[in-house]
Ligand binder design. Structure first.
Ligand SMILES: [Zn+2]
Length: 99
């Protein structure tokens, strides 16, 4: 019984951090933070942006609607790298944009 309890404790401590994100989500956010500099951002308003990658792909980001043209933000609930390219340089807390 004790062993099961210990395993549960370990599992809980590995799954959650104080911000409430599971490690997998935090890892993905980190990856997006590390790659955000690869994109160039142009804004039409404070919340609507066009994010361009090196290979000439571009993505429309709407911070109010929590949407990106790549679709990953809506599906995963975690800001994609395009959103990160917008919010990271502004110093926004990316946890604010996690659903
Ligand atoms: Zn995206």
């Amino acid at each position: 019984m004790r062993l099961m309890h210990d395993r549960k404790e370990v599992a809980l401590s590995e799954q959650w951090n104080p911000d409430g994100l599971v490690p997998k989500a935090e890892k993905r956010l980190d990856m997006h933070r590390n790659r955000q500099h690869l994109f160039t951002c142009y804004h039409s308003t404070n919340v609507k942006w066009l994010v361009e990658s090196d290979n000439d792909m571009s993505y429309k980001v709407d911070l109010d609607k929590k949407s990106c043209a790549c679709g990953a933000w809506e599906v995963g609930g975690i800001p994609c790298v395009h959103v990160m390219a917008v919010i990271f340089p502004m110093g926004h807390d990316d946890n604010r944009y996690v659903d």
